[in-house]
Write a new protein. Structure first.
Length: 443
């Protein structure tokens, strides 16, 4: 058992009970008034990241904050998952998700509160740990959203289910919570909402995709067999490095010659391992691929094509059936995230006048992956969902990059440091405002 009473005491003090709903100030003003405490929360979460499925302290912080706001909280749902429920009369049910896990990255931001943590992953690899994907900003905005919804109960009617999800970075957290009875033990949502900070949008802006938002993500291993021997006598061998190289080149035709250009896909060979010495031809080579797509049909076509190309090139190289390449698709894979177009358009219509037209835009789909889509996929006939991009790039850095200066760091970079106060304030306003509009009083 892990007990984190010092942290719980700290965050209980940082997050006071919400005031009377009838006297709640305007949303943006109320969030601004809370920003000092929220930034203290953010800095603590940033300095103390935890890897996937190890989010024990992090989950305790979220659970304490939700209880303080008046939610009924259940912990350890699907591992370290947190479920916080606030019932407020008849009406729709809205699920609001935050992810909790950090990444095995050694932080190099230079922040005064930079993470110096290290941990051992489930694969047994020790590394530094960093919130290089901005989940610390997501969680802080989630905490403020819980407080604001509790403070404004007079303005909406329905049920809010707020979840702290583990293991987003490895693509198993959403399925784990659903498998642990998220939709049977707790109110099943009509709508699901989430945010994600963006390393390409100006801080404080919002972008929403209509339709596909994020991609299917598959990890594929190809074991290429051969016949090893002396590098001086290649005629006595079947060189798996040459065969592997042919496979790598041919795989690109899956994108350039087999797919409709209007249906974006990515096939990247991220690793090629073979051999031990200059003059030895090995008997195998190993390729590691990431494959990105949107529709299930396109995904299957790519995976079938990888297997076909690997076998075809092996036949062309003269390999017997017993030495055909072995293609392994890792399971489970991260499935594509779909923003319900009707809900996405409503959110755009609501947020544009609230935030200002210059801060809200339509986003294209991206090839990154997110398991948030699983909450809609669990019941596509009855659940609508949307994930919002919240810009995190400081204005000066964006201007410098546009002028040919230092390039912007991406998500997962050891240098990624979003303008956290703007991400948190904007994310909390977007989630709170959208949730309340989906649960109108007397609606």
């Amino acid at each position: 058992m892990r007990i984190f009473s010092p942290a719980l005491g700290l965050f209980a003090a940082m997050i006071p009970l919400p005031g009377a709903a009838a006297t709640a100030p305007p949303l943006a003003e109320a969030i601004a008034a809370d920003m000092s405490g929220l930034m203290a929360t953010y800095r603590d979460l940033h300095a103390n990241p935890e890897l996937s499925d190890q989010e024990f302290r992090t989950a305790a912080v979220l659970a304490a904050a939700a209880r303080k706001a008046g939610f009924t909280v259940t912990e350890k749902v699907g591992g370290t998952g947190v479920v916080a429920v606030l019932r407020n009369g008849p009406g729709p049910t809205v699920l609001i998700r935050t992810d909790m896990d950090g990444l095995p990255v050694v932080e190099q931001t230079g922040l005064a509160f930079a993470s110096t943590r290290s941990a051992v992953s489930s694969a047994g690899v020790e590394s530094g740990v960093m919130h290089a994907c901005g989940h610390d900003t997501h969680m802080t905005a989630w905490i403020e959203t819980a407080r604001q919804l509790a403070a404004r109960k007079a303005q909406w009617s329905g049920t809010v289910v707020m979840i702290g999800q583990p293991a987003e970075e490895v693509g198993t957290g959403a399925l784990g919570m659903l498998g642990a009875g998220l939709y049977t033990r707790f109110p099943k949502p009509d709508f699901a909402l989430a945010i994600h900070d963006s390393a390409s949008l100006a801080a404080g802006t919002v972008a929403v995709a209509k339709g596909w938002a994020l991609a299917n993500v598959d990890s594929v291993d190809v074991l290429v067999h051969g016949v090893g021997g002396h590098g001086a006598y290649p005629q006595t061998t079947k060189d798996p490095i040459v065969l592997g190289s042919a496979i790598v080149l041919r795989l690109q035709t899956l994108v350039s010659r087999e797919r409709d250009p209007g249906d974006p896909v990515v096939v990247t060979v991220g690793a090629f391992h073979a051999g031990t010495k200059h003059n030895i031809i090995p008997d195998e080579a190993r390729l590691q691929l990431t494959v990105r797509s949107y529709s299930d049909e396109t995904r299957q076509g790519l995976l079938d094509g990888i297997a076909r190309i690997a076998r075809g090139e092996a036949i062309a190289a003269g390999l017997p059936d017993a030495l055909m390449p072995q293609v392994t698709v890792k399971d489970p894979h991260t499935r594509a995230t779909w923003n319900s177009p009707e809900l996405a358009q409503k959110a755009l219509d609501w947020l544009t006048p609230e935030l200002g037209a210059g801060r809200v835009s339509v986003s294209p789909a991206v090839m990154g992956g997110e398991d948030f889509g699983e909450y809609r996929r669990a019941d596509t006939d009855h659940i609508q969902s949307v994930i919002f991009w919240i810009g995190g790039v400081p204005a000066d850095k964006m201007a410098a990059a546009a002028a040919g200066g230092a390039p912007l760091p991406s998500l997962h970079s050891p240098f990624w440091a979003p303008e956290a106060d703007k991400v948190i304030a904007t994310g909390a306003q977007v989630l709170t405002s959208t949730a309340m509009r989906l649960m109108p009083k007397g609606g």
